[in-house]
Design a binder for this molecule. Structure first.
Ligand SMILES: Cc1cc2nc3c(=O)[nH]c(=O)nc-3n(C[C@H](O)[C@H](O)[C@H](O)COP(=O)(O)OP(=O)(O)OC[C@H]3O[C@@H](n4cnc5c(N)ncnc54)[C@H](O)[C@@H]3O)c2cc1C
Length: 93
């Protein structure tokens, strides 16, 4: 992320936002903030460790942003992990 130029990054972000919200306007003034503490370190080693986790309690489940190791830790990945467990439980009931 730090290798990408900020103006290129904001261009990409604004493109996605304007597409999603159907906006036909120039990017407004912005301030780009990098928050290093927003997630744990999703290094290949850590992702591998999470992918190999075995949880052996039948009626309890691991959910949370970090369990979706194929995606960056975010609100979306925490929702996705919960949705997957809900779908699994619905199938089993
Ligand atoms: C500064 C910052 C900025 C961020 N910005 C963004 C952003 O712009 N967009 C985005 O998508 N994501 C952002 N994130 C990441 C996002 O907040 C997380 O990915 C998301 O909140 C993870 O949700 P979660 O439910 O998996 O875990 P959490 O939100 O961490 O929830 C876990 C909960 O479990 C509780 N808990 C922990 N241990 C115990 C225990 N033993 N007993 C009972 N309760 C316990 C905790 O108190 C917490 O409330 C940001 C994070 C930070 C820190």
């Amino acid at each position: 992320m730090e290798d990408i130029r900020k103006d290129q990054l904001i261009k990409k972000i604004w493109y996605e936002v304007s597409q999603s919200l159907d906006l036909d306007i120039e990017c407004p003034p912005y301030r780009l903030i990098f928050e290093k503490r927003a997630t744990y370190n999703q290094s290949p080693e850590n992702n591998k460790m999470v992918s190999q986790l075995k949880f052996s309690v039948d009626n309890a489940f691991l959910i949370g942003d970090w369990t979706e190791f194929n995606f960056p830790c975010s609100i979306e990945s925490s929702i996705l992990s919960a949705k997957k467990i809900c779908a699994k439980l619905a199938m089993e009931s």
